[in-house]
Design a binder for this molecule. Structure first.
Ligand code: COI
Length: 363
């Protein structure tokens, strides 16, 4: 058990301001009063675990992360249950993925116990920042953002000898804002997110930086997110800018692109594959071409599409917009399968149904 030194001497946000923020948190706009921190050096390993007041970092302008993007992150939520207790969902999966990302980015691995202890230390310190849902449709939570940066002052290109790990927390409502409703997605035909042998499977800032120009193109075309095809054949669906993708077939199959070194192994993605199987659907992980989606939507064989992720939960895709055409689904309402899976997942995360898989961890 890592013991986190608590330093609470910040000027905490007043109750009135915090309550106003929690009533309408948006996504990623506000932050709690503290952050967790653990330092790494090659000589000392991980040390100095502490919870400190939230605030700007002091980094040398030559810190490696600022030049070579040696950085990884995670996204995980803390949910308040009806009895006031606070829980998180499958955090060991995030801890494992964080290690996998660290290996790919030549960063030191953080052990699972310290990862979990850092979440717990921060959430217990800033417990008042975990929003209380006002109804079953309210998907508010405290979004936790663990991240690791190369902080050594050195311009040579090699793995940093000094690294800092932090967790910050941001109260969150739905990622796409307001009520859940189908979004339009733009198919990028100009840009790729990741290529074989690259960093696509790792949760590193560079993958997201690489998606932003395409994301701007999506926004310019009236779309909320961008979808990427594989970088070799430009034919197979990979993932969206910041979430995985599922297609629903009328015969009960639920298909998502199989994992590869260019696709992120989403915790929500893997949970939905299991929940779908338990609910009698036939989940399939395999390559899916854009033509299969186009033809399946036109023939009625593919009835729904949705995006999923920690931030996005399950967000229905109303249409996929390409430079040449629109692959249409229901643009007004969430389809029945996405609705049912979404409810099942949220009910589980908020403790409204029994956690038969042991996926919840109390913070
Ligand atoms: C998440 O779903 O947690 C993500 O990291 C996606 C995005 C907000 C970057």
């Amino acid at each position: 058990m890592t013991s986190f030194d608590l330093r609470k001497h910040s000027q905490p946000t007043s109750d009135a301001v915090r309550d106003a923020i929690l009533a309408k948190p948006g996504f990623g706009d506000y932050f709690s009063d503290h952050m967790a921190h653990v330092r790494y050096t090659t000589e000392q390993g991980w040390h100095g675990a502490e919870v400190v007041p939230y605030g700007p970092l002091s980094l040398d302008p030559a810190a490696a992360v600022l030049h070579y993007a040696q950085e990884i992150f995670e996204g995980i939520k803390a949910y308040r249950h009806a009895d006031g207790s606070v829980w998180t969902f499958r955090p060991e999966k995030n801890a494992e993925r964080f290690k996998k990302s660290a290996r790919r980015l030549a960063l030191p691995e953080l052990d699972t116990e310290t990862f979990l202890d850092s979440l717990r230390a921060l959430v217990r310190t800033d417990a008042a920042w975990v929003p209380t849902p006002t109804s079953d449709a309210d998907e508010c939570s405290l979004y936790l953002r663990p991240f690791m940066i190369a902080s050594e002052k050195f311009l040579g290109v090699r793995p940093s000898h000094e690294v800092d790990y932090y967790v910050i927390a941001s109260p969150a409502a739905a990622y796409f804002g307001g009520e859940v409703k189908p979004v339009s997605i733009w198919l990028s035909q100009t840009y790729n997110r990741a290529a074989p042998g690259g960093t696509g499977f790792a949760k590193c800032g560079g993958n997201y930086a690489a998606s932003m120009l395409a994301q701007s193109e999506a926004a310019a075309n009236g779309c909320a997110q961008v979808a990427f095809l594989d970088a070799v054949e430009h034919k197979y669906l990979e993932e969206l800018g910041g979430m995985n993708l599922f297609l629903v077939y009328k015969d009960g199959r639920i298909v998502t692109p199989s994992l590869s070194d260019s696709i992120l192994d989403g915790v929500t993605r893997s949970s939905l594959l299991q929940l779908a199987r338990e609910s009698g659907y036939t989940p399939e992980e395999r390559r899916v071409s854009i033509d299969e989606w186009r033809e399946g939507a036109a023939s009625g064989e593919i009835t729904e599409a949705f995006a999923c992720g920690t931030a996005a939960v399950i967000t229905p895709i109303g249409e996929l917009v390409t430079p040449d055409d629109r692959i249409k689904h229901d643009t007004d309402a969430t389809g029945p399968v996405a609705s049912a899976l979404r409810k099942q997942l949220l009910d589980l995360q908020y403790g409204r149904v029994e956690d038969t898989n042991g996926w919840l961890t109390r913070l």
